[in-house]
Design a protein around this ligand. Sequence first.
Ligand code: GLA
Length: 386
Amino acid sequence: MKLKQEVVAGFARVFNCSPGIVAYAPGRLEILGNHTDYNQGVVLSAAIDRGTVFAVGPLAESAAGICQVHDLRSGDQAEFRLDCLSQPRMGDWANYIKGIVVELQKRQIEVPPFQAVISSTVPLSAGMSSSAALEMSTVLALTELAGVELPKLELARIGQSCENDYVGARTGLMDQITSLHGRAEHLVFSDFRSLAVETIPMPPGVSMVVANSMVKHVLTGAYNERRSRCEEAVATLAKHLPEVTALRDVTRQQLEQYRHELDITAYRRALHVTGENERVFAGIEALRQGRLELFGRLLFESHDSSRFNFENSCPELDTLAELGKSLPGIVGGRLSGGGFGGITVHLVEADHADEFARRLDAAWNARTGKPLQPMICTAADGARLV
Ligand code: GLA
């Protein structure tokens, strides 16, 4: 793996020795099932062939207990002591690493002082889970360094708690689960109630073209607000439907029946989530029956629902979705991930993918005057020591 070689060479340059442990974790694309994970719903996603490498070794005596992490991509170096991690520093990229250490410490896992080098091919703040890729590569490497082995679900929860409690984004488990369970040429189907994970073959002859709107999405403010609205809808509906503990339990019919009890915003947020759950199940059925066109249509519907019901799209994402829809080879497309910026994903017939990417780039360029450089991604294997 080229990225591993770069990071190992970088480690030798920075620290004058070899790393004992190297871990890799991929980013992910959300294909269907938007904002369903923290509502105990279902998601179809894919780990991709872009990821993060974390290379680590025990700290040299001379470093006096001050851990060092060097980021090859930016050239930044973070330094911290393992006994002074209680306060995250606002906006610090190393919070994702420190937060993992804190979560391991909470579980009585003592990570020895370390020196590390990281690099990544996942674009930052784009909605491709650069943070989960960093968390999962970090936790795999640091548990190995501490001499413990944890189940995947626990590794995912450590990443989620790092985001929720240390970084301050109340995100679900989808990013970490996908990064861990990815499989080449497969989609990952996750059920966030039972926490069961299955892989489903990618439809044959389909490529994933990803377009970065370059609108940076920050998953704290608006994301947390959406999550609160979903909880509000559950609290209201549960007064009439005691079996409802999460939006996962609510059918569209029930939502319509009690619509008058909800304020219009909570209703539309809930409508998005129930619709997304339905679309995931319909999507799996469509794939099983080889009905690619139907699968694609569900992606378009998902985007419209984000746009009008959940209001987590933005003009740039709408433009990309719209431009993609008119190009030859398109199967379906939508925003992917948290939203409020970030990326769109377009499923495209594989033999049209290059041309699709070129034409999307040209159309975006004509519209905005800016380059787009879409990425063609493939579904790839999940996180591991390398
Ligand atoms: C972000 C979060 C996920 C999920 C998606 C939206 O990627 O990290 O947990 O909620 O947004 O589906």
